[in-house]
Design a protein around this ligand. Sequence first.
Ligand code: NAD
Length: 525
Amino acid sequence: MTSKYKPIELRPRKIKRIFFLIGCPVKGTLLNNIKIVKNYIGGEWAEAQCSGYLDIENPSTGEVIGKVPLSTPAEVNRAIDAAQSAFTEWGRMPVARRVGYLYALRNVLRENEEKISRTLAAEMGKSLPDARAEMKRTFENIEVACGMPVLQQGDKLIGSSYGIDGEVIRLPLGVFTLIAPFNFPAMAPFWFTPYALATGNTYVAKPSEQVPLTMELITECIDQIGLPWGVFNLVNGDKAAACAFIDNPKVKGVSFVGRSETCRIIAQKCAAANKRYQAMGSAKNHLVVMPDYSKLDQLIRNMSTSCYGCAGQRCMAASAIVPVGDDMYKTVCEKFISESKKIIVANPLDPKVAAESMVMGPVISAKAKKFILGMIETGLNEGATLALDGRDIKIPGCEKGHFIGPTIFTDVKPGMEIHKTEIFGPVVVILKASSLDEAIEIINEHQYANAASIYTQNGYYARKFKLEVQCGMIGVNIGIPAPVAYLPFGGMKNSMMCDIKMQSKAAIDFFTEDKIITERYWQED
Ligand code: NAD
């Protein structure tokens, strides 16, 4: 028997022709040897209609490695129109065939994994192991979305009343859009994109203007899998482009990840425009250490990765440590300060550190560095003890990079600005609690509630922590844990200003409309 459907055809491997400029893969137009990022609209790469360009900087060296266009609302609307035109056919395509494109995408991305990881490290500054780990989670989300033929199934109730059946079907809605943050240039878009496409929606993504090269490279991979015209579109720009998503009535939903300040703006605007939205914001994640915990070496290594991975610029970075009791406080302070001094701070693409597992790169920009240095000054003024000072670190050959070394404040009290604020850099605050109840209170009084972890071998403490801590994600004997793609991801309070979490089964609720059908047929006379 022959299949009704033609097999998915991969487009010619254009990605093979990508060449290297200043150590980073690039495509498209060059102006005075500087790469200009393009938009991908309706299956075509094109120079953006834009109001200007921003420099894309390698934060390790300060070099300009490209320019990103600030797309105008008219340009964004063109992408939305393309996605809208593609919707009817894509939404009607059998789900198994839609996910066929995702299987193909996963394979093309895997072939280009190292190239993408290096671009990510170059433009964002995270270490290569961190960039590769980000790619793994990106694949994982695609793989979960490939389960859509099962995940998108509805329900049927035979006999919801006499002679009447009830049914729930889950349908795509139309055009969805993404406004992404800088810190996960590959993974953050894949918390949403594969689920939106697999459920039958079409998509327009806007990467952070600070890190557009990774998504451009990934979109080159998307271009190879032969998706129908307009199903996936990429526009570059800043808040003007982001707001154009919300202003366009054709857009059914917006997924946002970024600072809580921006999150609130997006949530309010989407609610006013009667759009669906996901709005994930900032964090201050606490690690509580109970006095019974005895695996101290393992604990300190675990904490160090959790605090300094990605130079503390993760929504799942640990940034506050709460040892319980005087003895544990003293031990953790001593050991953690000593371990933090061993962190290798370097340009992640420096071949000399390629084999090191724990390398910490720069923070994203001069502006971010200035803010973090300001927060360290605030901590000193508030009376906290600066037990490790990373302000004056110099990386030979990277004098224009935005480096800050591991920095630790002890004697921190709840309510100090350095505790209240998301510093989003390698700055850790240590607060002492006299009991588990006090540690839980410190966490629960915080404005942010993304995640928290406890280290204990005592089942009672662990259970109490899981049940009483008001955070969206909880760890037990593990650094702040970013859930795998098979589980939902999202915080509470000011860390998440919406109802539906990201990835896994939760995503299906966001990207589909439940239609409830009640039906009765009379017997023919
Ligand atoms: P940001 O809020 O500055 O920018 C995020 C995106 O919003 C960008 O694409 C930007 O162009 C756009 N934007 C900025 N201002 C806007 C406005 N007024 N209107 C519309 N769009 C606007 O965030 P960032 O600095 O790129 O990202 C870091 C933040 O993201 C941190 O606070 C971090 O905790 C958070 N984050 C949260 C999660 C989570 O799961 N909760 C995950 C990753 C990052």
